[in-house]
Design a binder for this molecule. Structure first.
Ligand code: UT7
Length: 330
C-alpha cells in the first residue's frame, strides 16, 4: 500500500446498436465488394444507430448505465463524465451534459473531448489526472461516436470503414498501484487536412453551399493516414514499453484502435506481441472512432485478470495518437 493515488478502472460498460450493416448490403450501395473490404480492412459488418432523434448520447447512456448497474451505484454518485467524441449530439450543449441529464447524474460535471480516434485515450488520461489529484472519487470516461451521421454513403473509400458504438469505464482512486500507469499522447496538426470535416465549424459554418458540396461528411485520404498510423501508433507503443522496462512477455493484452487490421498487425509486430494477445473486433463493429478501445475492454472484460498489464493504442484525425499503460484492477 502506498499513499500515491492511481486511477483504477473498476467497471466497464458498452453499447452497440442492433442494426448490422453488412458488406453485402454495402455492395448494393457503392461499387465495392466483400473481398476487397475484408482483405484491405478486416471488416465484415458494422453496427448503425437507426431511428429518429437518436444521437451519440443514446449510446453513451446505456454504456454508463451498465456500469452503474454492475457496481450498484447511483447516478448521483458520479463526480464527472468525460465523453470522447467527434459526433456530439449537438455542438453545444455537450454530449456529456446531455448524458448526465438523461442518467440523472445531478451532481456531475463533465465535458466532451474531441480527439477523433484518440478521443478515448486523451479522455482516459484526463480522467485519471482528476482521480490522481485526490479531488474526485468517481469519474466516468466514455468514448463513442455515431459515425453514420457524418459518413457519405456514396463514398466507397469511407463508408465501408465506420460504424456506431460507445463504451465507458469507471475510474476510482486506488492506493495499490492499479489503473492508469503511464501515457504518451501526441498530436500534429500538420496532418489535419488528410482526415477532417471541411465545414460546420466556425471556420466554415453550414450553408446551402457546404451542404451541396457534401462538406459535412468525413473527408479522408486513406493512404497518408495509413502510413502515419502504421508508423506512429507502433512507435509510441514501443516507446511506452521501453520507458516502463516492459518486454512483450510482460504485456497481457494490446488494445488497439480498430481502424484497419493491417495497422493493428503492424503495431503488434513492432511490440513483439502474438495475435492471441491482441484484442480485435473490427470485423463486427468496424471503426467506431472514440468507441473502439472501450468496446474492446467491454467485450474482453471477463478474460482480464487482476494485475494484467495492458497497452491501449490509438491513431486518428488531427493527427492525434498515443499509447497508455494500465494495470487491470477489477
Ligand atoms: O481511424 C482513423 C484513422 N483512419 C485510418 O487509420 C484509415 C487508414 N487508411 C486505411 O485504412 C486504408 O488506406 C483504406 C482502407 C482507407 C484504403 O485502403 P488502401 O489499401 O489504402 O487502398 P487505396 O486507397 O490505395 O485504394 C486502392 C484501390 C484504388 O483503386 P485503383 O486506383 O488502384 O484502381 C481505390 O479506388 O482500391 C480502390 N478502392 C476500392 N475498391 C473497392 C477504394 N475503396 C474501395 C472500396 N471497394 N470500398
Amino acid at each position: 500500500m502506498s499513499s500515491k493515488i492511481t486511477a483504477a478502472i473498476t467497471a466497464v460498460g458498452g453499447y452497440v446498436p442492433e442494426y448490422r450493416l453488412t458488406n453485402a448490403e454495402l455492395e448494393k450501395m457503392v461499387d465495392t465488394n466483400d473481398e476487397w473490404i475484408r482483405t484491405r480492412t478486416g471488416i465484415t459488418e458494422r453496427r448503425i444507430l437507426k431511428g429518429k432523434d437518436l444521437g451519440t448520447s443514446d449510446m453513451v447512456v446505456p454504456a454508463v448505465q451498465e456500469i452503474l448497474d454492475k457496481r450498484k451505484i447511483s447516478a448521483e454518485e458520479i463526480d464527472c463524465l468525460i465523453v470522447g467524441t467527434v459526433t456530439p449530439d449537438t455542438i453545444f450543449p455537450s454530449t456529456a451534459n446531455i448524458a448526465c441529464y438523461k442518467l440523472g447524474a445531478v451532481n456531475a460535471w463533465g465535458f466532451d473531448l474531441a480527439a477523433a480516434c484518440s478521443g478515448f485515450l486523451y479522455a482516459l488520461t484526463t480522467g485519471a489526472a482528476l482521480i490522481e489529484s485526490g479531488r474526485y472519487k468517481k469519474v466516468i470516461v466514455a468514448g463513442g461516436d455515431k459515425m453514420s451521421a457524418i459518413v457519405d454513403y456514396s463514398d466507397r473509400t469511407t463508408c465501408i470503414i465506420f460504424g456506431d458504438g460507445a463504451g465507458a469505464v469507471l475510474l476510482e482512486p486506488n492506493t495499490e498501484g492499479y489503473g492508469v500507469l503511464d501515457s504518451i499522447l501526441r498530436s500534429d496538426g500538420a496532418g489535419g487536412h488528410h482526415l477532417h470535416m471541411k465545414a460546420g465549424g466556425s471556420l466554415k459554418p453550414a450553408s446551402i453551399e457546404t451542404v451541396t458540396n457534401k462538406e459535412h461528411y468525413i473527408y479522408q485520404e486513406g493512404q497518408p493516414v495509413f502510413k502515419h498510423a502504421v508508423r506512429d501508433m507502433a512507435d509510441v507503443s514501443y516507446e511506452l514499453m521501453q520507458r516502463n522496462q516492459l518486454g512483450a512477455d510482460d504485456i497481457a493484452w494490446l488494445v488497439p484502435h480498430q481502424a484497419n487490421k493491417r495497422i493493428i498487425d503492424a503495431t503488434a509486430n513492432r511490440m513483439g506481441l502474438p495475435h492471441e494477445k491482441v484484442m480485435l473486433n473490427i470485423q463486427k463493429f468496424g471503426n467506431t472512432t472514440a468507441g473502439t478501445i472501450p468496446l474492446c475492454l467491454w467485450e474482453w472484460q471477463d478474460q482480464l485478470k487482476k494485475g494484467d498489464k495492458i497497452v491501449l493504442a490509438a491513431f486518428g484525425g488531427g493527427f492525434t495518437w498515443g499509447s497508455t499503460l494500465i494495470k487491470w484492477g477489477c
